[in-house]
Design a protein around this ligand. Structure first.
Ligand SMILES: [Zn+2]
Length: 483
């Protein structure tokens, strides 16, 4: 409780404080000075340049989207409305093995590197160039970057359908080291995808060893999330343990009809491994995933929606089956004609989604893809959907717990210093929301729609959203690994 006379830049009065730790909410005022939280408690005697009457709204740390593909978006001085309107103030980029740097390709990049954009945006041969570019034009949200293993492979190898040779591995290692020295927070893999599918666990291990003892984290879109999900979990656990690095399993799911329900088993595996290893996971609150258009993903899905197609933009937002009828082709032929393309895949069960989202160590990551005309609704809806639908309406968890998953838990897992908590001295990343009204409005049919109930968003002490109006503060920091 801080009640002495201090001058603040802003006081937000009379709010329900959800401090990000998962502890029970408390009522009070929160003050901001510069880019930090300067006081919390009953602040009637403090003076301030500005006062906002909170009127009993909920105040929480700005949400941390631990799983994004915003690598290019954050460079463009885009106001990042899809994030800010959800209350997201920090994004982790470079997931699923895909990062914008270090790579400067000669021609088109292979799928799924094209989920963040085409070859024209891959123009950073060194990771430090990418970071310098981010720093020279501050983004709308804070950005913590991972290095992508597939990006390293594309840069070091002339063919991707085999393990890397020792020489190629040396080159990838040198690029990873440069990125880590520049402040990258860790390495991501996408072993499911064609560019990394032929990389054995030993290749990943060699790279991860460079991070041992540095605090660098390993995140993985595993080799398999359907029929061999348990085997892939074991591989991920073992690789991270052998290297001595913390692990995050990305967008955990059990894909394909015959694997529905398997999360009861997989979550037990997390319980067990967590007794002796630092392992976390993230998830998004939807039964459909989204990525490049790939035949093997289509096979595991009951319905597929095309999000974008380079040769056939007229089919954006259409069902794949309907496109096949119109083109008078088989599904396989249709896919061949549509690529390069992206898709939404209905491949999970609601029970698994609920079980995984409510698991105590699951963080929230949207996996939103800002590229394409008809994105998955998770891009605009993830965080309000967890708070509104899953915590409040379905009563699957207390609001404190839901907030913790998207703030304190995320910051501690990824080592984001002074973020994810409402505490004196922390960065003033703050979201003010109406707990009764908060809801996602983005749907599969109409995916680009801002959520309801987000009243105010501060990024590093500056107002980015005020009652529905974007202020384009561009106050984001580049969050680098503590050395
Ligand atoms: Zn992924």
């Amino acid at each position: 409780m801080n009640t002495h006379c201090t001058h603040h830049d802003l006081i937000i009065k009379d709010v329900r404080i959800f401090d990000g730790t998962g502890e029970e909410e408390r009522r009070g005022d929160v003050a901001v000075k510069g880019d930090r939280i300067s006081a919390i408690g009953s602040l009637e005697r403090s003076s301030s340049a500005a006062v906002i009457e909170g009127g009993g709204l909920a105040l929480a740390p700005g949400f941390i989207d631990v799983h994004t593909h915003d690598d290019a978006q954050v460079l463009s001085q885009d106001p990042m409305a899809s994030k800010i309107t959800q209350g997201v103030t920090t994004v982790i980029v470079g997931n699923c093995g895909i990062s914008l740097a270090p790579l400067q390709p000669d021609g088109p990049v292979p799928a799924p590197l094209n989920v963040i954009g085409d070859e024209s945006i891959y123009q950073y041969p060194k990771f430090s160039d990418y970071i310098a570019s981010l720093q020279s034009a501050p983004p709308a949200v804070n950005v913590a970057p991972l290095v992508g293993h597939s990006t390293l492979r594309v840069g070091a190898m002339d063919s991707l359908d085999r393990p890397a040779t020792d020489k190629e591995l040396d080159k990838m290692g040198a690029c990873l080291q440069e990125a880590l020295d520049a402040g990258a927070i860790g390495l991501s893999t996408g072993l499911y995808y064609p560019p990394a599918r032929h990389a054995p666990a030993t290749e990943v291990l060699q790279l991860l060893k460079l991070m041992a003892g540095t605090g660098g984290i390993y995140t993985t879109h595993m080799r398999n999330e359907d029929d061999h999900v348990e085997e892939s979990l074991r591989e991920s656990f073992e690789t991270a343990a052998s290297a001595g690095v913390p692990l995050v399993v990305s967008h955990h799911k059990c894909m394909g009809h015959k694997n529905h329900g398997l999360s009861t088993q997989t979550l037990k595996m997390f319980d067990e491994v967590r007794r002796h290893q630092t392992v976390g996971l993230d998830a998004y609150p939807y039964i459909a995933g989204s990525s490049s258009l790939l035949p093997e993903m289509v096979e595991q899905s009951t319905r597929v929606l095309v999000t974008w197609s380079q040769p056939y933009p007229e089919f954006n937002g259409w069902d794949l089956e309907r496109i096949a009828e119109v083109l008078n082709c088989t599904i396989d032929e249709t896919i061949e004609r549509l690529v390069p393309a992206g898709a939404i895949y209905f491949c999970m069960s609601e029970d698994d989604v609920r079980r995984i989202i409510t698991y105590p160590y699951t963080m929230i990551g949207s996996d939103g893809i800002p590229y394409g005309a008809h994105p998955h609704p998770r891009l605009w809806g993830t965080f309000p959907r967890v708070l509104g639908r899953y915590a409040r309406d379905l009563e699957l968890m207390p609001l404190e717990t839901a907030v913790h998953k998207m703030t304190g838990l995320a910051a501690s897992t990824f080592g984001l210093k002074d973020r994810g908590r409402i505490v004196e001295g922390a960065f003033a990343d703050i979201v003010l929301f109406d707990a009764d009204r908060i809801a996602d409005t983005a749907t599969y049919e109409e995916p680009i729609r801002p959520a309801n109930g987000i009243e105010l968003v501060l990024v590093n002490g500056l107002i980015a959203l005020d009652h529905g109006t974007m202020l384009e503060a561009c106050a984001g920091h580049v969050v680098l690994r503590e050395k």
